[in-house]
Design a protein around this ligand. Sequence first.
Ligand code: IMP
Length: 548
Amino acid sequence: MPITNGDAMFGGAPLLSKQQILPHQKAIEVLKEYESRDGLNIDQLLDSNKNGALTYNDFLVLPGYIGFAASDVTLDSPVTKRISLKTPLLSSPMDTVTEDNMAIHLALLGGLGVIHHNCSADDQADMVRKVKRYENGFISDPVCLSPKTTVAEAVALRDQLGFGGFPVTEDGQLRSKLIGIVTNRDIQFHDNLEEPVSEVMSKDLVTAPAGTTLAEANDVLRQSKKGKLPIVDSNGNLVSLLSRTDLMKNHNYPLASKLPHSKQLIAAAAIGTRPDDKTRLQKLVDAGLDVVILDSSQGNSLYQVGMVKYIKETYPGLDVIAGNVVTREQAATLIAAGADGLRIGMGSGSACITQEVMAVGRPQATAVRAVASFAARFGVPCIADGGIQNVGHIVKGLAMGASTVMMGGLLAGTTESPGLSFVRDGKLVKAYRGMGSIDAMEDKKAGAGAANSKASNAGTARYFSEGDRLLVAQGVSGSVLDRGSVTKFVPYLIAGVQHSMQDIGVKSLVALREGVNDGTVRFELRTVSAQAEGNVHGLHSYDKKLYS
Ligand code: IMP
């Protein structure tokens, strides 16, 4: 007879006589006598009649069996029907989170940064272009001199920028014919400061052709014993530069997000659903865009359905992620329209007051499961967007069925987000604001975002407020702690997720999803006191250093 978890025997040995005690070797076999595994399956956990709707903090995943190293855990996961990432992490299209620098670095690490649209279409297209043109190790926008630049100007530039070694091109711009290179040695002791650099520059150039790989270029640089290696196209125009001083710093990025058969990083950007956004999208596509996200707090709308259909018809090669949604019904509309991916979350963002002000939204864990389990039937991957405060939340979002997670606040404090750090209350912080905050909707600068009129502003569009005379905020504007570079922080997140998956006993995200669906990955609800127990408690003081 199967033993239920509530059976008296479950209480343990003290009730048993000596004869009844079983040999250790039988433990695995005896386990089979139990009707179900320990803990709850996903449906029991998310039974909202019993448990209400859950957020990430409301539950835990139970540990499984560790039979492999954490470093063996793979995190490959799709972000759209056609595109997969090696790191299931995305950065939010927010003007204090993702511009080209974040998009480049996150893509190098295997994730995807979605470039915000709280700026002109040209500025956004420029950022997409920078992501597509970026090649690891190559300086894609080197400072160039014209032959007429004076030695004095070159010296001043060197002092201002802290490095010498400038390529000289016919018109002083990138993509113009390379005619020489001015090194520190050429200008250091030169007496006639008014002389043009064409008189002192070195014309004996070692160059490499466009398309040269980083490894090949590094070899040429090593052999040439020069400080800089200009990369030129077939017409001799300068396209980028490799610097000896960077040679040692050049990391290899084996996880980098690239399409098969492409050397370029994947570029993603957000747009709205107004007629203007079609013009914007054309510019982004011309710049090389691979994935577009329709950025709306409530994606189940006439506008978005129309936009998804328009994009699928006009740009069949472009993947479109629709959203945001939190219910099956919302998801169905967008899937039927042709969405290649969905973004889930309403009111869970750290700078968000939507649930409070609008009384609409859904606790994130429940929302992710409801939408992702439905979307999975159509092979549509989902992004769990918002409310990610730590590694555990990432794992929980993925366990609920999301293929990837999107972060705003957690990445806003990194070096690669727009804007500079500043000191507030004795702590180093960076600005972070909701796109539905009054500041973002009026586009008051927060260290990012180009000047915009309210009428064409992404913040107002995201919240359908373009025509409103009075703006109703759905977000706040504030700051987050400085976190250093994503090149350290994201590897920490990746390693953390790998260790968590090792604890759960699953070696890949596919195995995690299978385990959740077949009931072998188990959960437990957390009471308020369980949550307190699960956090640091009872210490007089402590330092919370997350990684080193
Ligand atoms: P976070 O990672 O918890 O900071 O949440 C980021 C997510 O919050 C974004 O990707 C958006 O979906 C959402 N969001 C951004 N701005 C606002 C806002 O002003 N109100 C509500 N949600 C927002």
